[in-house]
Ligand binder design. Structure first.
Ligand SMILES: Nc1ncnc2c1ncn2[C@@H]1O[C@H](COP(=O)(O)O)[C@@H](OP(=O)(O)O)[C@H]1O
Ligand SMILES: [Mg+2]
Length: 255
């Protein structure tokens, strides 16, 4: 199976999920809290259902790990050479705050690396996708699709950080960068802002799970960027612990 062959189907599935999500976003939805105190809405669950059914229909043999799916034990996951990694809504807080900065995320992981990713921002009417070795694209709010690339090296780096999780460790890291401009964005849009050349560095010295980063990471990698741990190793997927280590996402020239 070639990624480029199934990419149009994956974009279609993400668009279908986005439509469902937007419908709920525009309604008077309720917010519930999971065991870890993170918010979940009917939109997270509806998006999960659309994506899982869609992916099963196009690739019944590839397993799916979704934030809203069941916990799959490591004994089963450790055999996965390839899997779908899904965050039905990243930025549920942005969703509940109604600031539009939430995304639908689908990534394909092979041998621990994201080889394809689709990120849609339903309320912003933007979509991004990337395939390893084949570049990245953005569909803007007018529906126009164009190729995207990270920006050229520059003084005064544009640092993109969480709207809701900008902690002391991340602030201290940003101070080490010298002259900079802070761009705030929610969810996996941070990776996409670097991928389209509107920001340069995304330091995340705080917790995320694999599903939060897989699709955005794929878009960034396909546009000329990378995501590395603070030790300089590539951020990997299919780990026993689904929590990611702290990382920095940036255009290649930063590393
Ligand atoms: N303590 C924690 N443990 C795990 N993930 C966390 C976390 N705090 C925040 N996150 C992750 O950060 C994401 C939001 O990122 P940001 O602040 O950059 O928008 C959340 O995504 P969800 O909305 O999918 O739950 C959540 O998964
Ligand atoms: Mg998330």
């Amino acid at each position: 199976m070639q990624c480029s062959d199934i990419l149009p189907d994956v974009i279609r599935i993400a668009d279908e999920a986005s439509e469902r999500v937007l419908h709920i976003y525009e309604s008077d939805f309720k917010v519930q809290y999971k065991d870890d105190d993170s918010p979940v809405t009917a939109a997270d669950l509806a998006s999960h259902d659309v994506i899982v059914n869609g992916l099963r229909a196009i690739s019944h043999d590839i397993p799916i790990l979704s934030e809203e799916g069941r916990d799959i034990p490591w004994e089963e996951r450790k055999h996965w050479q390839r899997f779908w990694l899904v965050d039905p809504i990243d930025g549920t807080r942005e969703f509940t705050q109604r600031n539009g900065e939430f995304t639908v995320n689908i990534a394909l992981i092979e041998d621990g690396q994201p080889v394809m990713g689709v990120v849609t921002a339903p309320a912003l009417k933007e979509a991004f996708w990337g395939v390893s070795g084949e570049g990245a694209h953005k569909r803007d709010r007018t529906g126009k699709v164009h190729r995207i690339q990270v920006a050229e090296p520059r003084v005064g780096k544009r640092v993109v950080a969480s709207k809701n999780h900008l902690n002391d460790e991340t602030r201290a890291f940003i101070e080490t960068l010298g002259d900079h401009e802070l761009v705030q964005a929610g969810s996996s849009l941070k990776f996409c802002r670097i991928a389209e050349g509107r920001a340069d560095i995304y330091p995340r010295l705080g917790p995320t799970s694999e599903w939060d980063t897989g699709a955005g990471h794929a878009v960034l990698a396909a546009s000329g960027g990378e995501v590395r741990t603070l030790e300089g190793a590539p951020l990997r997927y299919g780990k026993e612990d689904v929590l990611n280590p702290w990382f920095v996402g940036a255009a290649n020239w930063y590393f």
